[in-house]
Ligand binder design. Structure first.
Ligand code: ZN
Ligand code: ZN
Ligand code: ZN
Length: 381
């Protein structure tokens, strides 16, 4: 391992550090998540993905047909589609689909045995189905998180051969005071906060009546889990069509063939924009042990990448990183990251409860604030 988690001090907590020097654009490490899940609306809207690793289950052509609404569409170069339809398996009890037998086995051994609904005919009355519905009513797209991630985290403890180890792994993500947990849970659930907490917690208790997870099934324990997924949850995305596009770019084509292909791809994305809008990918959220230890900087030296087309994360250097240097990622999305210092700090405070003292923020501290009223209005919406 070329990186390590170190304790910095009591105010900063942990950080991720380089154990050797890295060049720019270098994969520092790859890791699979402790748990992950697809977003509820994303799954409901027929974005077909492996229930364990989020790998697409549609072929690129099926994906393009659904997203454009054109069911006669034929994609050339079918050999560039990376979806292995013949490897897809499903749980013989509930029918959930997986990209491979390996994923089915992993899901079962980690959490699915506990969470399997056991019937292909959904009544809608199982506490887990009610929980999913309740969450969907709080969180409309664009989705950023899922209570089902908490459910998997708990099921993972229940199924663990050594629950104490699984609990301490879970607690490694929690480092908040009760007040901070409260504030973060509030931020995640929005206005009808306290009613929601009761409702969600009651359903989880009904679905998972297990002594071993008792400490998480109090109001305080549950809020700490909400704060945990709110501050550590990493968005993940996969797409059969983007994979196909990137594979076709490697083909050896004549100029004319290349031009035709580029026109076709442009047209495809235009049609998708019109029919589906911007929600193209299978999307979900996951928890990563190493990546979640990386602190934020508005001028990060590393970024997250998902080049395997599943939930396996790679951390890639954006700059040269020297041995012993701290590795920073950005907690802000691309759009927020390019806003003024004041706007960035506002988003970070609301979502993560800290004042950013990164090198860029310190540098901009003395500069006049360029944030316009208009920008602040945007942010308040
Ligand atoms: Zn899979
Ligand atoms: Zn099942
Ligand atoms: Zn900053």
């Amino acid at each position: 391992m070329d990186v390590e988690i170190r304790f910095i001090d009591s105010s900063k907590g942990k950080g991720l550090f380089a154990k050797k020097s890295f060049n720019t654009d270098y994969v520092l490490f790859e890791e699979e998540p402790l748990v992950s899940c697809q977003f509820s609306w994303n799954a409901e809207c027929k974005y077909r993905a492996c229930d364990h690793c989020l790998r697409p289950l549609e072929s690129a052509e099926e994906n393009a047909r659904r997203l454009t609404g054109n069911f006669n569409l034929v994609l050339p170069y079918p050999e560039c589609c990376t979806t292995k339809k013949d490897k897809i398996v499903s749980c013989d009890k509930c029918g959930l689909e997986y990209c491979s037998a390996d994923c089915l086995i992993s899901a079962n051994s980690q959490y699915h045995q506990t969470l399997c609904l056991g019937t292909r005919e959904r009544s809608g009355a199982h506490p887990l189905e009610l929980l999913n519905e309740a969450w969907k009513n709080i969180h409309y797209p664009p989705e950023t998180n899922s209570v089902m991630l908490i459910v998997r985290l708990l099921a993972r403890i229940i199924q663990s051969e050594n629950p104490d180890v699984a609990i301490s792994q879970t607690l490694q993500f929690c480092h908040r005071t009760v007040n901070e947990d409260n504030e973060l849970a509030h931020k995640l659930l929005g206005e009808k906060f306290s009613d929601q907490i009761d409702n969600l917690l009651t359903l989880i208790k009904q679905a998972l009546p297990h002594q071993v997870i008792q400490q998480f099934l109090t109001e305080e324990g549950f809020k700490s889990l909400l704060a945990l997924i709110g501050t550590n949850g990493q968005g993940t995305g996969t797409s059969a069509l983007s994979q196909w596009v990137s594979e076709t770019s490697k083909l050896n084509l004549t100029d004319l063939e290349r031009k035709d292909l580029e026109d076709l791809v442009d047209k495809l994305y235009q049609d998708i924009e019109e029919h589906t809008g911007c929600f193209m990918n299978n999307e979900g959220v996951a928890l990563y042990m190493l990546q979640s230890a990386a602190n934020h900087s508005c001028s990060p030296n590393a970024e997250v990448s998902f080049s395997n087309n599943n939930n396996k994360l790679a951390l890639v250097s954006l700059k040269e990183i020297k041995e012993g240097e701290e590795i920073f990622i950005s907690y802000l999305d691309e759009c927020d990251l390019h806003r003024s210092r004041r706007s960035r700090q506002k988003v970070l405070m609301e979502n993560y409860l800290f004042i950013c003292n990164c090198e860029k923020c310190l540098r901009q501290c003395d500069e006049p604030d360029v944030s316009s009223d208009e920008e602040d209005d945007d942010m308040d919406e």
